[in-house]
Design a protein around this ligand. Structure first.
Ligand SMILES: *Cc1c(COP(=O)(O)O)cnc(C)c1O
Length: 373
C-alpha cells in the first residue's frame, strides 16, 4: 500500500554530493551533519548509508537522543555533538560514545566528572567562538580551557573548532577570512600549550564551497550533502545533485464553476469553469500553509498552481478548464522533477520566505521516507 505522501531520498545523490565535498576539501576528513533527522531525510538510513559507503569519517548531531538513535541503529562512526551538553545528559551522551563539544570551564569540569564517574576517558572538542556569538569559548580563554581539558585526567582534547556565520555569501568574505585567521592563531597557541590537536575544523558548506580552509584537518558540511547551497546568494561554484523528491497522490478531481471558491476561508475564486484536483498532502505533513495560492505541483511533467489554502491533510491544484488528464491515484510532485519540469527545494524556500534547510526539516514524521540508489 503506497502512502498518500512519500519523501523519496536518493542515496546515490548524497554520496555524489559527499564526493564533491571531498574534491573541494583537499584530503581533509569529512564530517557529515546528520542532525535534525538528517535535515529531514531520515537519520539512521542516511547515516548507515554514509557509513557503509565510507563517504564520511564522522557524523555530526545536535542531541544526545540523536546519538543514541544512531548507536541503536548500528552506526559506529565517531559522532560529534555540536551543542553544549547539560549535566543531566552527560551519562547518556558518554554511554553513546559521543564526542562532546565544550566551550566553558564549568562544562569542562562537568564533563570530566561524568567521565570519571563512568570510568572512561572522554573525547572532547573545544568550541571557540570567533564571531557567531552563540556558544563557545572566547578566543582569549581558549588556551586555558585546552589546558584544563588536558589536565583533567578524564578528558582527551581530540579537536578544536569554530562555526562560521557568513561563510556562504560574498558579503561575508572579509568577516570569514578574519575569523579563520583568528582561529588559526588560537589553534597555534593551543598546540604550543598542550601539543598537537588531531581534529581542527571550521568549514560548514559555505566555507567548503568558498573558502581557503587553512590548517584545518576536517570539514563539517550539512546542507550541501542534501543537495542545496546554504543561501540563495551563495555563488554556485559546483553542481550538486538533488536528493529529496516529495510526492503525494491525487485523491479527488472535480469540476468547479466560475465564481465558486475553493477551500478554507474562500480565499481563491475560480476565474472560469475549471477542474480542481485535491492532493493528499498538507501542512500536517510539513507542506507549508505559506504555499497557499502560491506554490505549484507537477503531474506528468505539467505544472499546476496551488489554489486556496493548504489544509492540514489536503491541498488543491487548478488543472485548468480542459477535460483533465489527471486522475485519482496519480502522483503529484511537490518537490523534485517530473518530465522536463523541476520544483527545487530552493523554489519552495523562496516562496516560504525561508532557507532550504527549513523546508526539509519541516517534513513531518508521518511522511514515510523511502530510499533508493
Ligand atoms: C549544522 C552545522 C554544520 C553544517 O552546516 P551547513 O550550513 O548545513 O553546512 C556545521 N557545523 C555546525 C556546528 C553545525 O551546527
Amino acid at each position: 500500500m503506497a502512502s498518500p505522501t512519500t519523501f523519496r531520498v536518493d542515496l546515490d545523490a548524497i554520496h555524489a554530493n559527499l564526493a564533491t565535498v571531498r574534491s573541494l576539501s583537499g584530503g581533509r576528513a569529512v564530517l557529515a551533519a546528520v542532525k535534525a533527522n538528517a535535515y529531514g531525510h531520515g537519520l539512521v538510513p542516511v547515516a548507515r548509508s554514509i557509513q557503509e559507503r565510507r563517504s564520511a569519517e564522522w557524523l555530526g548531531v545536535a542531541l544526545t537522543a540523536e546519538a543514541e538513535e544512531l548507536r541503536a541503529g548500528g552506526v559506529t562512526l565517531p559522532l560529534l555533538k555540536f551543542t553544549p551538553t547539560f549535566p543531566d545528559e552527560l551519562p547518556a551522551a558518554l554511554h553513546a560514545g559521543v564526542t562532546l563539544s565544550v566551550g566553558a570551564a564549568d562544562a569542562v569540569d562537568e564533563a570530566a566528572a561524568a567521565a570519571r564517574a563512568a570510568g572512561t576517558v572522554a573525547d572532547v572538542h573545544l568550541k571557540v567562538d570567533t564571531g557567531m556569538r552563540r556558544v563557545g569559548a572566547e578566543p582569549a580563554d581558549a588556551v586555558d580551557l585546552a589546558r584544563r581539558i588536558a589536565d583533567s585526567g578524564s578528558l582527551r582534547l581530540g579537536g578544536v573548532f569554530t562555526h562560521l556565520p557568513v561563510s556562504d555569501v560574498s558579503s561575508g568574505e572579509e568577516f570569514t577570512r578574519a575569523e579563520l585567521a583568528l582561529f588559526d592563531d588560537v589553534v597555534a597557541r593551543i598546540e604550543d600549550a598542550v601539543g598537537p590537536v588531531e581534529w581542527v575544523h571550521a568549514a560548514n558548506s559555505g566555507a567548503v564551497l568558498g573558502h581557503d580552509l587553512g590548517r584545518t584537518t576536517m570539514v563539517r558540511p550539512g546542507i550541501m550533502v542534501y543537495g542545496s547551497y546554504p543561501d540563495a546568494e551563495t555563488p554556485p561554484t559546483r553542481p550538486l545533485r538533488d536528493v529529496g523528491t516529495w510526492v503525494a497522490r491525487v485523491n479527488f478531481v472535480k469540476r468547479v464553476a466560475a465564481g465558486e471558491t475553493v477551500g478554507y476561508g474562500r480565499s481563491w475564486t475560480a476565474p472560469r469553469d475549471t477542474w480542481i484536483a485535491t492532493v493528499a498532502v498538507g501542512y500536517g505533513d510539513g507542506y507549508s500553509r505559506l504555499l497557499s495560492s502560491r506554490g505549484r505541483m507537477l503531474v506528468d511533467g505539467r505544472s499546476y498552481p496551488v489554489v486556496g489554502r493548504v489544509c492540514m491533510d489536503q491541498t488543491m491544484i487548478d488543472l485548468g478548464p480542459e477535460d483533465p488528464s489527471v486522475r485519482v491515484g496519480d502522483e503529484a510532485v511537490l518537490m523534485g522533477t517530473s518530465g522536463a519540469e523541476r520544483i527545487g527545494v530552493e523554489e519552495l524556500a523562496e516562496l516560504m520566505g525561508t532557507i532550504t534547510y527549513e523546508v526539509t526539516c519541516l517534513i513531518t514524521a508521518r511522511v514515510p521516507r523511502e530510499y533508493f540508489g
